[in-house]
Design a protein around this ligand. Sequence first.
Ligand code: UT7
Length: 315
Amino acid sequence: MIMKSVQIISTGLSLPSRAVTNDDLAAIEDTNDEWIVKRTGIRERRFTEGEESANSLALRAAERALKKSGIDRKKIGLVIVATLSGDYSTPSVASQLQQALGLDKDIPYFDINAACSGFPYAIETARSFLYANPERPYALVTGVEELSKLLDMTDRSTNILFGDGAGAVVIRLVEGSYASVLGAQSSLAINCMGAKSDSSYIRMDGKEVFRFAVRILPHMINTTLEKAGMTYDQIDWFVCHQANKRIIDHVVRAMKLPGEKFYCNIDRIGNTSGASIPICIAEMEEKGLLHSGEKLLLLGFGSGLTWGSCIVSYR
Ligand code: UT7
């Protein structure tokens, strides 16, 4: 059977200009740089300011990815945005990109909310759409979050972790082995506003989520590779959701994987939920770390609880 795999053609990055250091947070609450670095690996994160918002970050990342791709915009057949923090509950971020990017109206535009697993969910969804509509062979997939507006600045167990930003990719289908693993198990361990919520802020049982993360990551890595008929050493980059550096270190140690194949930027960017994986990929491209034909295993996990992984290649 010939499998259709996902290839990244180009990427775009957009980060808010305002950097918030651990010392900035220590100035407003009972925390300190040493605790945050030791427990999370985070040194600073970006927060929006002024006119910046989820929609404007998404637009800038998407525009950069489209420009770099050099493709005719009429060939974009689908626009998906992974987010839980768009400017509005509705309209979607994706629908607001149409006019600004000069894209056709007669294609699907929608957001996916699978929290920190959103980007692999979006890639897998885009793959199915592209397969069914070969006349428009490219999809624009963006991950964006503006979590700073959902943070309780009196809750040091969450406000030290999260940040804002966006990353985008243009993808197409190519022949090659592919696999994905998407899943969920009902839990309110991370939740945020809604008719049933008693808070308009992110609430999290950090310990429960930590335990879930270190259990689900090996499951995703092993199951995805098994489905694709691949082995660890055929993966060039493990691009893991940046939730906590300790989670990644734990999995690298427990599975005896090469740590240098795990790209990490949590020290500078913090945890940007659905945006963290595409931000990593866009940074990797900017730094010249990605080479033609390389295979990336994308690994997301988070609120839901959800998990999502898939294997993509770089052009
Ligand atoms: O992206 C979605 C997925 N999210 C995640 O994967 C998050 C997973 N969880 C985590 O990353 C960690 O659980 C946290 C970083 C959120 C918390 O780290 P922890 O090692 O689980 O700390 P803890 O909540 O058990 O707190 C340990 C101690 C407590 O003090 P006592 O009771 O031992 O005296 C806390 O009150 O650290 C205290 N503490 C802090 N101290 C300074 C909690 N937050 C802070 C803080 N600064 N910001």
